[in-house]
Design a protein around this ligand. Structure first.
Ligand code: FES
Ligand code: FE2
Length: 375
């Protein structure tokens, strides 16, 4: 990919806390549509991307969905094996399964010339095969696959063969949240929002530990407790805000008996590069927040809640709580988007409670800079 770097202005020198003095990304990164294809290539096609819960795919099922602009098929064959393929026929590039979403199927039949693939991606049927040259070998035209790995039942795909294994990418998450999902865990709720802000703007907000005690005083702050108890951990691709659960929370909730140590004592708020959040509580609740770019000034935010109904609050209560703080964030992020678009903003100083934003912005910065050097 060819693009010039002048928009990547040099970051300010780090101060005594190791943070740059100002945000690394300028307003232009949040408002200029030229970044959308660049980000797709440099960020989303180079790392692990959350695609959903493997329990949704029973044997013999196919899930057609678009990921980072690519049509994909996630498939579970009769033996339970999960695979990811491009939803694309190797003959003449027709979309194999045009219907988005989950459906059962024995075989994939291309709607154009009816080549037939099994759920392992192998080409098993070709109409008028005798009209192809003698050298034609079905084995050479299997569906093109991409990496799919699973952590705790949740599926991720990766377009880049050089990215580290998923478990390495997730850093300390498997250690701290690996026991939260039990055989009794179920999807409790799912919700989708369209927000009038750039995807990075919304992600910055979810990584912002500066505004919680102010903007979420009566919502999220009630669970996270006072700032003096905040503990940050910045890792290669994930960052963590750990807070001990408050006395109020402990009085109202039961703790999953299988959890140990820090996992049973605290609230884990993980930011995961590039567009994902995972929250975990000692009652076993796991909440994914997944931010998808739409346009340069809009994104979709998907909320997926998982837990054991015997330990977690009723779904209506949970949804009401999440809805309340997410509405607070939507107002703020849409307001910031207007500020970025004003042409009058240059990044202001960085507070220590914004260190997770800087961690994320550094990863984005490095990815864009690395891609700028490539053809
Ligand atoms: S494009 Fe699929 S069979 Fe020709
Ligand atoms: Fe927020």
């Amino acid at each position: 990919m060819v693009f010039s770097l002048p928009l990547l202005r040099s970051p300010a020198a780090p101060d005594a806390q190791g943070l740059p003095e100002r945000f690394l990304l300028a307003a232009d990164h949040y408002t200029n549509p030229r970044w959308i294809p660049i980000e797709q290539q440099a960020i989303f096609r180079r790392t692990w991307l959350y695609v959903g819960d493997s329990d949704r795919l029973l044997p013999g099922m196919v899930w057609a969905k678009s990921v980072a602009g690519a049509p994909l098929l996630i498939v579970r064959d009769k033996d339970g094996e999960l695979r990811a393929f491009y939803n694309l026929c190797p003959h003449r590039a027709a979309i194999l399964s045009p219907q988005a979403g989950l459906h059962s199927c024995q075989k994939l039949v291309c709607p154009y010339h009816a080549w037939v693939y099994d759920l392992a991606g192998d080409l098993v049927g070709v109409p008028s095969q005798d009209q192809f040259p003698e050298s034609f070998q079905k084995e050479e035209f299997a569906l093109r696959s991409l990496r799919l790995e699973i952590w705790s039942g949740f599926m991720f795909v990766c377009f880049d063969d050089s990215a580290p294994p998923l478990v390495e990418f997730l850093g300390s998450i498997p250690d701290y949240l690996g026991q939260h999902r039990t055989p009794a865990t179920q999807p409790l709720a799912t919700k989708q929002y369209t927000v009038a802000c750039n995807w990075k703007n919304y992600h910055d907000n979810t990584l912002c530990d500066y505004h919680v005690a102010i903007a979420h005083r009566t919502t999220l702050n009630q669970v996270q407790g006072p700032i003096r108890h905040y503990q940050h951990q910045l890792e290669a691709f994930v960052n963590l805000l750990y807070t001990p659960t408050t006395a109020d929370w402990q009085a109202e909730n039961r703790i999953l008996p299988t959890l140990e140590g820090r996992s049973r004592e605290g609230f884990f708020t993980y930011g995961i590069y590039p567009n994902l959040h995972l929250l975990g509580l000692p009652n076993g609740l796991l909440a994914w927040l997944h931010i998808e770019p739409l346009t340069v000034e809009s994104c979709q935010v998907f909320l997926d809640l998982y837990g054991d109904p015997d330990f977690c609050p009723p779904t209506e209560t949970l949804l009401a709580e999440f809805e309340a703080f997410m509405q607070e964030d939507m107002v703020l992020t849409e307001s910031v988007q207007q500020g970025y678009a004003s042409g009058a903003y240059t990044p202001g100083p960085v507070n220590g409670l914004e260190s997770r934003i800087i961690h994320q912005q550094k990863l984005i910065w490095d990815a864009l800079a690395a891609d700028g050097g490539a053809e």
